[in-house]
Design a protein around this ligand. Sequence first.
Ligand code: HEM
Length: 588
Amino acid sequence: MLGLTTAAAASASQTTTSCLFIKRPFVLPTRKVCGFNGLCFNKRASLVVKSKRPFSCNAIYNPQVQTIQEYQSETFDYIVFFQDGSGKKAKMEVATDEAFTPIKQDTKKRKLRYYPGNIYEYHLLLVFRSSETYTGELPHQSLWNLSKKYGPVMLLKLGKVPTVVLSSSETAKQALRDHDLHCCSRPSLAGGRELSYNNRDISSSPYNEYWKELRKLCAQELLSSKQIQSIQPIKDEEVKKVIDSIAESSSLKNPVNLNKTFLALTTSVVCRTAFGVSFEGTVLSNDRFNTLVREAFEMLGSFSASDFIPYIGWIIDRFTGLQGRREKSFLDLDAFYEQIFDLHNKEKQEGSEDLVDLLLRLEKEEIVVGNDKLTRNHIKAILMNILLGGIDTSAISMTWAMAELAKNPRVMKKVQSEIRSQIKNKERISFDDTDKLEYLKMVIKETWRLHPPTPLLLPREVMTEFEINGYTIPVKTRVHVNVWAIGRDPDSWKDPEMFLPERFMDSNIDAKGQNFELLSFGSGRRICPGMYMGTTMVEFGLANMLYHFDWKLPEGMAVEDIDMEEAPGLTVSKKSELLLVPVKYLEH
Ligand code: HEM
C-alpha cells in the first residue's frame, strides 16, 4: 500500500514543476495490464498543492476516456484520474510509486489551474495495468487475492462497466443491510437475459413490482415451509432409492461417485416436487440432464464480452463460441419445459397441484404480475429459477461437506456418532430427526463458510448513489459480495483455513442473512427464497448418508490426495469427482 509521504512528495517535486500531496493514503497497483481487464479504485481524496507557483494540469472532459483499451498502447505503469465536484477530470501519469508527472499533451483536454496551498477535494480514480485479471477461471479467488492487497472495497473497471467488489463482513453489511434498497436491482446480463426469457425470472429481474409479486408468490405458494414439509414423502422415497443403490455398491466394495449421487438426488426431488415428473421420463437422460444444468450455470456465471463492451461485445462472444453455447443451452432448457407442459396437459391428476399446475392455472386465469400478464415465457423463466436454484446448490453443498469429512476423519467420526446416537436403530430418518442434529448443522455451516455454492452472490446494480467506507458507489455500478473471501477473512474467523465445525459451538452465527460473516444465502431483499428448502435438503441428505454408511477412501488413496479444486461457474462445485467407498452400518 502506498501513502504518498512528504518525502515522496519532495522527491516528486524534484522531477516535476509541481507537486501534489495526497493526504489520505491510497493504494497504487504495480503490475502491467493484460487484455481489456483492469482495476481502478474510486475514492474521494484531498490534494494539497505544494508547489510555490500556480500550475496547470490537463483535464479530461470525457469520462469514457478512462477505459483500459484506450491506454493499452501507452507505456506508463498506471494513470491516475482526479475528478472534481464539477465532473472535470485531471489525468496524471504515474511513473513510479512515488512521483506524479502531469501529462503534457492530450488533444481533448483543457488545462486546469491549481493554486499553492489550496486543498482540492477530488474523486480519485486509479486505473492500472495488471496481469491480475478479474476474469480468471475462478474470479472469487483472484478477487480474494486482490482484496488482501487493496482492501475490502475495490472498483473494477471492466470494459465500460464499473463493478464494486466487497470482501469483508463489515462492507457487506453496509451494502446488504444499510443500503440494501439502494442496490437491490440486478444488471441485465447476456447469459441471464437469454435463459430467463428477458429477465422474467426472479433472480435476474430488476427491482420492480413484477419482482416483488413474484417473490411474494414464492414465499406464499412455492417455497413456504408448509409446502416444503408437504414434500417430505417424496424426499423419503428418493433418498431410499439412493441408499439402496449405495448399499449395492457397498456389497461390491465399489466406490461411489458422490458428485453424481447428490446431483441425481436433488434433481429427482426438485423435478418431482416442482414439476410433478421424474426427469427419467423426459427428453433428457440423467447424464444429459446433469450436463444441461451445469452448462446453464456456466453460461450464467461466465463473463460475457457483451456485458462489458457495448455494441461490439457480441462479436467477441460469437468468436469465442460463448453465444453458440448459450443458444444451445437455451434451446435444450426450452425443450425440457415444453415437455413438462405436455406431460401436465396429458396427465392431469385431480387434487394434486404441483408448481407447474399452479403456474399453468394462473396463466389460464390471466393473472397480472406487476404489469405483465403471466405467459408461457414467464412460467419457463420461473421454472428455470427452481431448476437451477434448487438442484445444483444443494448437491454442491453435500459434496463439499462429504469431501471435508473425508479429509477430516475426526469430524466424520464425531458427526456420525451424533447422528447414530440420536436416531438410535430406526430404519428411516424422519424430517423431525434432523432438528436434533446440532453437530451436523455445525458441519454444514462450516462447509458453507469454506465452500459457499455461490461465492460472489448474484450481481446487484446500484439504483441510488451511496457510500461504503467513504467510497462513493455511483448509480449503475455493479456490486459483488465476495462471500468466499469473507468466509476466509482472518478478521472474522480464527484459523480460517481449518475445517473446524466446533467454532460454531457457542456462537449464534447462522447463514440466514443476519450474520454478515456467513452469507451463503445472501442477505437483504435479494436473499435466497429457497433457503429453507435448500437447508432441509442438505441436512436430510447428509444425515442419511452418514447414518447408513461409513465412508472409506478408495484403495491406495490417502487423505492428502483428496483435492479440493473448484470448477468455475456461477455456482462453484468440486472439480474432480469425489469417490468414496461405502461400508454399510449394520446396527439396524
Ligand atoms: C443450499 C442451497 C442454496 C444456496 C446455498 C443458495 C444460495 C443463493 C444465493 C447466494 C443467492 C443470491 C442471493 C443474493 O444475491 O444476495 C440465491 C438466490 C436465489 N435462489 Fe438460492 N440457494 C439455495 C437453494 C435454492 C433453492 C432450493 C431455490 C428454489 C427452489 C433457490 C432459488 C433462488 C432464487 C429464485 C434466487 C434469486 C432471488 C432474487 O434475486 O430475488 N435457491 N440463492
